[in-house]
Design a protein around this ligand. Sequence first.
Ligand SMILES: Cc1ncc(COP(=O)(O)O)c(C=O)c1O
Length: 388
Amino acid sequence: MGVSRWTQTQLESGGWVRRMFEEGQRLRLVHGDAAVIDLSLGQPLAAGSAIADAFREAASERFAGRFEYMPNLGYLDVRERTARDVDHPGVTASCIAMTPGAAAATCIAIRTFVESGEDIIGTTPHFAEYRLYAETAGARFVPVAARPDMTLDLDAIAAALGRSTAAVLLNSPCNPSGHVLQHEELHGVAELLRAHEARTGRRVLLIVDEVYRRLLYPPQQRLEPFAYYENTVLARSFSKDLGIAGERIGYLAVHPAIAGDAVTRGLELAMRALGFVNAPATAQRALLHLDDWGINVTPYRERRDLIVEGARAQRLDIVEPQGGIYLWLRSPFADALRFVEELAERRVLVVPGVAFGSPDHVRLCFSYAREKLRSALEVIASMAPAPA
Ligand SMILES: Cc1ncc(COP(=O)(O)O)c(C=O)c1O
């Protein structure tokens, strides 16, 4: 039985992050864990003991229906607690859908608000899975290049907006560039979308993927997208900041101005239609056993500083990450794939920029042990000067 043409195409053209991760696992089997520096997958740092305690308490909770199906958008008390996590007036439980991570939150937003055949504008470099999320809903992902400093190119977004545009999908902090959306950018996009609606009658949804929202490095501060534009949804997650990516828990927050019965029913339907049904019960309950959802950003910031200083010392062409867990590096080799391959031969694994729509870059994840980061920098230094 062959796989579908769409699946075949995706398998041939994409999946770089997972491919490198699998290569890392293969190398670990052959050479042992210590000999491999795998900076490919965006793994968060290990979860603290408070998280393990919260999961233990959640697992031992007993109430009627504890192991039964539940409302598709999650337990009401969890949604109420989550609504308080969204710092915007008017956000209540009815604006919240608990989901298996930000991935599912983005997918249900697209399924609920975008018609098949319509366009979703994103910015390059972009998270590799966005194209899959769009195409799964029959939509088209239309990437528009960011400016060299990684800020939004508002003119390019304006030029891409058309009658078939249903949504703009932004990511802040950005995977892979580490860029954090600034006031001028959010204000600019909101103005563009309002002007587009006034001209065409077409209301465009803004989806902001905030999976790394608590991983911000001073002086960066998070701006609230809801304050800029009403037709906005936020895809959020506990995968990265709480270090529980495997537990699959996140949520979609819908701006109170567009929340309502039809949207609630639509999101419930999308949860079923995409096969998620509901976010994992124990992970939802665990959130209620945590006094505080804040995180200590220091271990991440220290690693960010270590990798940035090391890269600068080698005069590598980088964009300093303002948030998130990645270093976005212009390949020191003219052929970035060759650079990635040569690193892999030295048992250092990174992801080629082609996975993010920018073939001349590579992405390193820096939320790993400091020794591994130092070793990776040494290997890169040993490969300079760059062959043409
Ligand atoms: C930009 C971005 N969005 C979404 C996701 C998926 O996150 P989650 O585990 O919350 O589904 C990731 C994971 O790496 C990501 O980098």
